[in-house]
Every structure is written in structure tokens, then in C-alpha cells.
Design a protein around this ligand. Structure first.
Ligand SMILES: O=C1C[C@@](O)(C(=O)O)C[C@@H](O)[C@@H]1O
Length: 228
């Protein structure tokens, strides 16, 4: 699946869908992340229609129903599972949090039974863990069947940024997506691919996380640093 890295992912909701998807096409977006937890309408049939529409635009698609614990909306795990079951045929990757211990095994089954990729993610909006903690996270996620491991940690210093990039570089054969969130962490959204990070997340109009870089600027910077 992974063409030349970094692949650029755009988190979207169900607002202004066609316009957003047309804009995404024009701005070299590779992956659409359905941030279903932020949808205005969370009816299953509506969610399936949105996922099907995105698929019709020939994007790789990630289904995310972010837990409240990791920055999403307050939705029962049972509801989240219903949504994953409803959209699995329309997406390529399911994003489930490492900390969603009640449902991550079931979510893994949903993905694997349909031959889809399981992305196991971890977010900390306050700090960046130690190198040992990050390595343990990577090892645990891989042991639990993750095809892709993603971590997004708030950077409070450039040392935090360096630590995330170095540990990512040490694990570059394990399909890692690494982000240092916040103003200090912006560099990782452009140069993360140098250290093996497969995907970077951007925004058009509405940003979904601290430090995201608007798509036109991001494309420009990536091209510049890739020697384009
Ligand atoms: O995990 C991530 C990364 C992200 O939090 C970011 O920092 O760009 C944006 C989220 O939508 C996505 O699910």
C-alpha cells in the first residue's frame, strides 16, 4: 500500500464532503481519514454513505472513531464497534487506540477477517514518553497484531522531538507513523519520513490536532526537503 513516503493523510468529517474531497484531490492527498467521532450525523447508514463516497474518489481510507480518552468524542465502545463493522467494507485501514483495551481485540478481528490493515495508535496531548516507554508501546502493538503503529505525542522541547524521531528511526522496518504534536513538533510533520514515518496528517480548513500544517504549505515543505 505504501507508495513513496510520506503519504499525506487528511482527517475529515461529514461536513461539506464533496467540496472537501475535490479539494483533497487537487492537493495531492493520498489518504482520507474518516474522523467518524467528529461527524455531525453518526447514523450508521449515513456513515456508510460517506465512506462509500470517499472510496468512489479512489482514496486510501482510514476509519477512526477516536476514544474520549485520546481526544475523541464520548461514545460507548459498543457504538464504536457497530461503526467499525458498518464501514469495514469501504475502508483500507482501521485506527484503534492501544488504550482501547475493551474492544481492540474485536476490532482486530473485524479488520483481519476482511483483509484490512490494523493501525494501532497512541496519543498524549500533554507530554512525550521516555524512549523505553515508546519502545514498549511499539513492541506491544506489534505483538497484538498491529500492521501499523502510530504515536502522536505533545512535544514540550526539541529533545522530545529528537527522541521521537530517533526511536522511530530505530524501528523504521515496523511500519511506524510518528508525530510530535504542537508548535515545537511541526518539523516531524515534514521531515518525519526521513526517520521512517510512513504517513503525515494535514488539514484543509479545519485542523484536527496541535501543530498540523495546512496542506499547500505542507506539500511545499515536503517537496523542498525531498530535494524537489
Ligand atoms: O492520530 C492522528 C494524528 C493527529 O492527531 C495529528 O496529530 O495530526 C490527527 C488525528 O486525526 C489522527 O487520528
Amino acid at each position: 500500500m505504501f507508495k513513496e513516503t510520506p503519504m499525506i493523510a487528511l482527517p475529515i468529517t461529514d461536513k461539506d464532503l464533496e467540496n472537501t474531497l475535490n479539494n483533497a484531490k487537487l492537493n495531492y492527498i493520498d489518504i482520507i481519514e474518516l474522523r467518524i467521532d467528529q461527524f455531525e450525523n453518526k447514523e450508521l447508514n449515513h456513515i456508510k454513505e460517506v465512506a462509500n463516497k470517499v472510496k468512489s474518489y479512489d482514496f486510501y481510507t482510514i476509519a477512526t472513531v477516536r476514544s474520549k480518552l485520546e481526544g475523541g468524542s464520548d461514545m460507548p465502545d459498543s457504538e464504536r464497534l457497530k461503526i467499525f463493522n458498518a464501514v469495514i467494507d469501504f475502508v483500507d485501514i482501521i485506527d484503534i487506540e492501544y488504550t482501547s483495551t475493551n474492544i481492540k481485540e474485536k476490532v482486530k478481528e473485524i479488520a483481519k477477517n476482511k483483509g484490512k490493515l490494523l493501525l494501532m495508535s497512541c496519543h498524549d496531548f500533554e507530554k512525550t514518553p521516555s524512549e523505553d516507554e515508546i519502545q514498549k508501546l511499539i513492541d506491544d502493538c506489534k505483538a497484538q497484531g498491529a500492521d501499523i503503529v502510530k504515536y502522536a505525542f505533545k512535544a514540550n522541547s526539541f529533545e522530545d522531538v529528537a527522541r521521537v524521531m530517533c526511536i522511530t528511526n530505530k524501528n523504521k522496518d515496523k511500519n511506524i507513523v510518528a508525530i510530535s504534536m504542537g508548535e515545537i513538533g511541526k518539523i516531524t510533520r515534514v521531515a518525519g519520513f526521513v526517520f521512517g514515518s510512513l504517513i503525515t496528517y494535514t488539514y484543509i480548513g479545519q485542523s484536527f490536532a496541535p501543530g498540523q500544517i495546512e496542506v499547500k504549505k505542507l506539500n511545499e515543505l515536503i517537496e523542498f526537503f525531498k530535494g524537489g
